[in-house]
Design a protein around this ligand. Structure first.
Ligand code: ADP
Length: 269
């Protein structure tokens, strides 16, 4: 079988005819598949050795037999091993998102509930250094895949914590409007220059390499968000101004959003 990419354009007098241009992309498709499989296999193979290394390193840091002068290097080694493990987990997540067609088992997801859980983790990550504000419509659910949605929302919220200085304000919103449902994370941090915005969802793309790497991210967060949203017919919208802050929104089409009645003593229907 060959894969064709088709472009259909009107042509001729009064543009009544159609010109169909087909391009054979079989080779590109196969190369892409090889790349995907390679990344998935390499990540999978690296997982076990790294788990073993981390498992041996961690107890050595505080062990009585460890000379004091070795504690800091050991702890740095452990920290870097953990970073590699996060990168590998994110690469595996991305591979899974690329390989499966669309999320299996789509069901109503209690987004407000998920957001409250993510918020607790974000507060722990922030260590009391950020001010959080929430405006969450408590009865608004979304049809989708729970773990995927959770990872998209948490990536955006954790980014706001990790890429803004202490004292910053982070506002999280979840609401319904005529177009469907809208999730937003807004911060008053350093912002991102316009020229970077189109490339933010590329793998390992970082605005300020050194600073972003120190922030503890893997460089894959927004790539994951983009894939998850595509699989939910949703779009990622980013607006940002240097010195003022950033706003990341996920727009879900109507039809996926649904309201429930929580009035009967908090019971869910
Ligand atoms: P990372 O793991 O580095 O956060 P992401 O893919 O999640 O990778 O984000 C890509 C880059 O976008 C980050 O490295 C950072 O430079 C920038 N970025 C993301 N969110 C924000 C934010 N809220 N404020 C400022 N910069 C951000």
């Amino acid at each position: 079988a060959i894969m064709l990419s088709l472009r259909i354009t009107p042509f001729g007098e009064r543009k009544k005819q159609r010109l169909v241009v087909g391009r054979d992309i079989t080779k590109i498709y196969h190369l892409n598949m090889i790349r995907r499989d390679f990344v998935a296999n390499a990540s999978h193979e690296l997982r076990t050795p790294l788990t073993v290394i981390a498992g041996f390193l961690e107890p050595l840091i505080d062990a009585p037999i460890t000379p004091d002068s070795h504690r800091r290097p050991l702890s740095l080694m452990f920290h870097q091993t953990e970073r590699m493990r996060s990168i590998i987990e994110d690469l595996l997540t991305l591979s899974r998102l690329e390989m499966q067609d669309s999320p299996e088992a789509q069901a109503p997801v209690d987004v407000p509930d998920e957001l409250h859980l993510i918020l607790q983790e974000a507060q722990a990550l922030s260590n009391g250094q950020h001010q959080f504000e929430t405006r969450i419509e408590d009865d608004l659910l979304l049809v989708g895949h729970r773990p995927e949605l959770r990872s998209a929302f948490s990536n955006l919220i954790f980014n706001a914590v990790r890429h803004t200085p202490p004292g910053s304000r982070i506002a999280i919103g979840w609401r319904h409007d005529v177009e469907g449902a809208l999730f937003t994370v807004e911060d008053n941090g350093p912002g991102i220059a316009q020229e970077h915005l189109p490339r933010l969802t590329e793998r390992f793309y970082r605005v300020d390499c050194a600073r972003s790497r120190d922030s503890g991210g893997t460089g894959l967060g927004l790539a994951i968000v983009k894939h998850v949203l595509n699989r939910h017919d949703a779009r990622l919208l980013v607006s940002s101004e240097v010195g003022k802050g950033s706003r990341f929104s996920c727009r879900f089409p109507s039809g996926r959003d649904m309201r429930i009645d929580r009035s009967d003593g908090g019971g869910k229907t």
